[in-house]
Design a protein around this ligand. Structure first.
Ligand code: ZN
Length: 322
């Protein structure tokens, strides 16, 4: 009996010693953790899911903020200068990143997640053809300003699975000691993404085919449309950087909304809803609750993770159009 008790005490003592030794070790490990920067909130969430507690993660453009028009601060430059890895979407979604990388003097490796992916082309304003602009030069300028390809790949969950695999591979390469953790975490997250993709594919059947049209502030749903079978149209073209449309363009858009026969159009969480309110009012349709498009929602909102934002958007789209 005494012997058993002393054995148990011995085990407890060993455990206590291990804990005592483990605490300062994990402190040291924390200092050596990979310093990872994500350009914007949605990308940050994917990385957090794969990296768990193995990296120090900083996100430049936070929840509810617009990457297209972001203006980096000196603090961002300091963050980059300390980084080991920088993850970006590319396709000119972060038009400010090159200058920021240069001014920070960072030696970090940059991983551009859409590089080599087959991207949808962006050919000026989405409604260029319908509007019969005769000034060819205008379309050329728009293309030049906004890049050749559409960067909004994250609205197609099957593409996000590919991006998450790239994140996993980059983390494994940069930090082989934690390869097993990155691989396991990525597998768990990819399984959740696979479920989400299937859920969206099945759920859109609730919207009658003729009403599968997403009219939004800027054209952020082209990949969603291609994957899940929606037509897309927008007031501003592919980025929020475009100047406000003229009265004539707004009148055209109102006519297109009426012609589309949809019961609702959509604003988003990174732009002022004023324009879409006006168009909805004058076209006599509903303005649906804002969708999460180019950023996560604030912590505690229905869009504070990628999985939640996609389910919220799905629910909102179905409710508004069915
Ligand atoms: Zn956008």
């Amino acid at each position: 009996m005494f012997r058993l008790r002393s054995q148990i005490l011995g085990i407890l003592l060993c455990a206590a010693l291990i804990v005592a030794v483990a605490v300062p070790m994990s402190g040291a490990a924390a200092e050596n953790r990979l310093k990872v920067v994500a350009t914007f909130s949605i990308l940050g969430d994917w990385i957090a899911n794969v990296a768990a507690d193995k990296v120090d993660l900083q996100v430049l453009v936070g929840a509810g903020s617009d990457s297209h028009t972001y203006e980096p601060s000196p603090a961002d430059s300091a963050v980059l200068s300390q980084a080991d890895l920088i993850f970006a979407i590319g396709a000119e979604f972060e038009p400010w990143l090159d200058a920021l990388v240069e001014s920070s003097g960072t030696k970090a490796k940059r991983i551009v997640l859409t590089e080599g992916l087959e991207l949808l082309p962006f050919e000026g304003h989405a409604h260029e053809e319908d509007m019969h602009h005769d000034g060819e030069g205008e379309a050329d300028d728009a293309e030049h300003a906004h890049g050749e390809f559409d960067p909004h790949v994250w609205h197609d969950v099957s593409l996000v699975i590919k991006l998450v695999e790239r994140i996993r591979d980059a983390l494994v390469e940069a930090d082989a000691a934690n390869a097993e953790s990155y691989t396991q975490q990525a597998a768990l997250y990819i399984a959740q993404l696979g479920l989400l993709d299937g859920e969206i594919l099945l759920s859109v059947d609730e919207v009658p085919e003729a009403r599968r049209v997403l009219i939004t502030t800027h054209e952020t749903f082209a990949y969603f449309g291609a994957r899940y079978g929606f037509k897309v149209d927008s007031a501003l073209g592919v980025t929020t950087e475009a100047a406000d449309p003229s009265a004539g363009e707004i009148a055209e858009l109102i006519e297109r909304v009426k012609a589309a026969g949809v019961p609702a159009i959509f604003a988003d969480n990174v732009t002022n809803p004023r324009l879409m309110e006006q168009i909805a009012r004058e076209a006599g349709v509903k303005l649906a609750p804002p969708l999460f498009t180019d950023a996560l929602g604030e912590a505690g909102s229905e869009g504070d993770t990628y999985l939640k934002m996609m389910r919220y958007n799905l629910k909102t789209i179905i409710e508004a159009l069915k």
